[in-house]
Ligand binder design. Structure first.
Ligand code: ATP
Ligand code: MG
Length: 564
């Protein structure tokens, strides 16, 4: 599927106005600035689609910039996964793979400029003291006793901080703004802290590390970003972003804030996702239940479906929770158009066609796609013993049960009309086989005399069946907002104990023997499945259910009005 036409939004309106007024010389330059401290999730996808989409549509540029200013939590593994995910989503950063850590020297020099202007000072308060001096939104803060150090002393101390002369946490460099400012972010915020840590790119070169608010605007400025788009929480930080750039008199990008994506029945906090991985609540960052890009990819989502989703939900200025079925719909529609059909039986029940010749095998011709003749047909072997779904048989049928039940006729997809005759049970009364007869005049599932056959079921020839592992996924959390917990409780208590069901004894038609890892199928009547890219092997396929055939959420919400 093509990326859909972009909808207008307030950010596009601002860019249109900037272009009309000639601001930035007609340039549009955006960036995606992840911190490499986790894998990207669907919220990041929204930001990537927005930023790279603006660059694409306005013939501008898009940077991938790692905001790697916090060495203790950052790792190369995350850098690699982020690059892969951004590329997979179609975020085209060309040759602009950038790292904030490459600007450390420039940032240090600019900080020294502020020190020399008397706009920054070295403070010896501990973190706790700093917090106490800071005040609260209701009360003004108090000046640090170190606030009036001379420029010379500050320059000397800051340089020695950089040279590693002082222990971690003993000093900070702070902007000298106003300890009584109504916006707490402007009460002499820290710009640098001392940290003797190994950086994934810089090694042990640096003993001081820049704080986010100081670093971020500089990164944008150095890269000549025109529109620095971030999430709403940063609106209160914008005055500080502007203060730093104004004081330095450097190129000044415009910060714009939009509402972050929240998705129902999942969590999108990196801290929580890391916890789920680290404590083995899931199999890894790419567990198909995870809301990570790598999780969705492994589940069978395509990048076009995620882009379509991001376009569909739009860009707003207020926070909300998007229902997970909106995302499911975006992949379902696409897979319906693109997936070849196949037959698989997840919970097999043996069915014997007693009047079918013992050793006969017929090749039943069946369409690969009902709406797409170009997808062609394939031959599916049929013989006397087949597997059908346990659910498709009821000894005592409920009302309007049109599938297998004693005395009733049913159509085997692309094969024959069969009639259920008897049931075979073991000593403890469990059904082990169903015996049927077939009508040889109905080959291909046609009914020459026009008698009504209400049900059609899928099947797999027992002799030809290919064993498969099938994994069924459900939401990771039972609550729409998993963070909605009583005091003293934890979001993990809302985890769905049935989020994964592994079926080891499924059977699929033999044509899937060589299904390539990463291939999509619609298993008729069961949903859309994806050959697991890691675990699926020729002859031993493993299928992940990407999504069910129909929207199962609508039903849940109707039943449970509180779910909204
Ligand atoms: P943290 O900063 O707490 O580690 P984060 O999710 O903000 O977590 P970043 O790596 O800083 O992680 O995010 C990179 C970019 O993605 C930021 O510009 C941020 O605004 C954006 N982003 C993060 N989460 C979402 C979300 N849920 N919806 C939209 N954009 C998001
Ligand atoms: Mg962040």
């Amino acid at each position: 599927m093509e990326t859909p036409e972009p909808k207008s939004n307030f950010i596009r309106e601002i860019i249109d106005a900037d272009l009309a007024s000639g601001k930035n010389g007609g340039r549009v330059h955006t960036r995606f600035p992840p911190e490499p401290n986790g894998y990207l999730h669907i919220g990041h996808a929204k930001s990537i689609c927005l930023n790279s989409g603006l660059a694409r549509d306005y013939k501008g540029k898009f940077n991938l910039r790692f905001d790697d200013t916090n060495p203790s939590k950052e790792e190369q593994e995350y850098v690699d996964s982020i690059i892969e995910d951004v590329k997979w989503l179609g975020g085209d950063f060309e040759d602009r793979l950038l790292f904030a850590s490459d600007y450390f020297q420039q940032m240090y020099d600019l900080a020294m400029t502020l020190v020399k202007k008397g706009k920054a000072y070295v403070c010896d308060l501990s973190a706790e003291e700093m917090r106490n001096y800071r005040g609260s939104p209701m009360e003004p803060g108090k000046d640090s006793p170190f606030r009036n150090r001379s420029v010379e002393e500050n320059a000397d101390l800051f340089e020695r901080m950089k040279n590693g002369e002082f222990p971690d946490g003993s000093r900070t460099l702070r902007a000298k703004i106003d300890m009584k400012h109504p916006n707490i972010n402007l009460r002499d915020p820290a710009m640098y802290r001392i940290l003797h840590a190994e950086h994934h790119r810089q090694g042990a070169k640096w003993c001081v590390y820049p704080m986010y608010d100081w670093a971020h605007g500089l990164e944008d400025s150095i890269e000549q970003i025109t529109h620095s788009i971030c999430t709403l929480e940063f609106a209160d930080h914008r005055p500080l972003y502007d203060w730093f750039l104004n004081e330095l008199g450097v190129y000044h990008p415009q910060q714009l804030e939009f509402a972050r994506l929240n998705l129902s029945n999942t969590v999108l906090s990196k801290r929580k996702l890391l916890e789920l991985v680290r404590d083995n609540h899931v199999s890894g960052w790419d567990d198909p239940r995870m809301p990570t890009i790598s999780g969705f990819r492994r589940r069978g989502y395509t990048s076009s479906s995620i882009r379509a989703f991001c376009e569909e939900i739009g860009v707003a200025k207020f926070n909300s929770i998007i229902d997970i079925w909106v995302l499911e719909n975006s992949i379902r529609g696409e897979l319906n158009r693109t997936s070849p059909r196949a037959m698989a039986v997840l919970r097999p029940l043996k069915l014997v066609i007693t009047n079918y010749p013992q050793d006969q095998v017929e090749e039943m011709e069946t369409a690969n796609h009902p709406d797409d003749a170009a997808a062609g047909t394939r031959k599916v072997p049929f013989c006397r013993e087949i597997y059908v779904e346990q659910d498709d048989f009821k000894e005592v049928p409920p009302k309007k049960f049109f599938r297998l039940t004693p005395g009733q006729e049913v159509r085997l997809r692309s094969a024959y009309i069969i009639k259920c005759e008897t049931v075979v049970k073991d000593a403890s009364g469990n059904i082990t086989e169903v015996h049927c007869t077939y009508d040889p005049a109905t080959r291909g599932g046609n009914v020459p005399d026009g008698r009504k056959i209400k049900g059609t079921i899928h099947w797999v020839s027992a002799r030809h069946a290919l064993p498969a592992q099938v994994r069924l996924y459900d939401a990771l959390f039972t609550k729409r907002n998993p963070d909605d917990v009583e005091e003293g409780h934890d979001y993990k208590e809302n985890m769905n104990p049935a989020s994964l069901e592994v079926i080891n004894s499924a059977f699929c038609e033999p044509a899937l023997k060589n299904a390539a890892a990463g291939a999509h199928f619609q298993f008729e009547r069961l949903g859309y499945f994806f050959a697991d890219p890691k675990d699926s092997k020729p002859g031993a396929p493993v299928f992940n259910r990407t999504v069910t055939l129909k929207d199962t959420w609508a039903k849940i919400e109707q039943k449970d009005p509180a779910a909204k």
